[in-house]
Design a protein. Structure first.
Length: 202
């Protein structure tokens, strides 16, 4: 399932983007969950704000602009693709400070949204595939491409990632292994307590 957020302070564009994203996903047969927010602060305040795969962000919002919202989400970690939606060309330079990004001009055209979604959906399938767990009372995307291995200790799973990051969550190793079989990343059960990312083996 792809988790998508739409954040725009204009109701017309929120509804327009939600309609087009829903249409795209239905046509492609892709399961998704869409959440809609009227401001950057509202989205950041949501407990699951970190768990989205794709975020459509209006840039020119009153309380907090889309670029600042994207920066704060990036600080929380997790692989997120941002699609900036704006009619203001003066923001173009700042958009590229937040990577990866796509851009949809206003007024929002159906074909442009579909083209952008083609790119980011494929991007996530290959490069940014993630595994969602509950961590510190929040839903967290663990980027599978950055995982070295999972270690099981009773019903606690420790994940060891690049840049020294570690996350702990509750799951049985058997259940974790079953869930990972549906992913594009291949994990090898080297021991009853370890699942190793095959792409990280040199």
């Amino acid at each position: 399932m792809i988790r998508i957020a739409i954040c725009d302070d204009e109701e017309y564009f929120r509804l327009r983007e939600e309609k087009l994203v829903t249409e795209y996903m239905e046509k492609r047969g892709i399961s998704c969950r869409i959440a809609v927010y009227a401001s950057g602060k509202e989205m950041l305040a949501a407990a699951d704000a970190i768990s989205y795969d794709i975020i459509f962000l209006d840039i020119n919002m009153e309380d907090m602009d889309g670029i600042e919202t994207a920066r704060r989400i990036k600080e929380q970690g997790g692989p997120v693709s941002f699609v900036f939606v704006t009619g203001h060309e003066e923001y173009f330079g700042q958009m590229f400070d937040v990577h990866p990004i796509q851009y949809v001009p206003k007024p929002v055209a159906r074909q442009k949204v579909f083209d952008v979604l083609d790119k980011v959906v494929e991007e996530h399938r290959i490069f940014f595939e993630s595994f969602v767990v509950k961590y510190n009372r929040k839903m967290l995307n663990i980027p599978l491409g950055e995982v070295f291995y999972f270690e099981s200790e009773r019903r606690r799973i420790k994940s060891f990632l690049e840049r020294g990051r570690q996350y702990v969550f509750y799951e049985s190793m058997k259940m974790l292994e079953e869930k990972l079989t549906a992913c594009n990343h291949y994990f090898i059960r080297t021991h009853q307590s370890y699942l190793v990312n095959a792409r990280q083996i040199e």
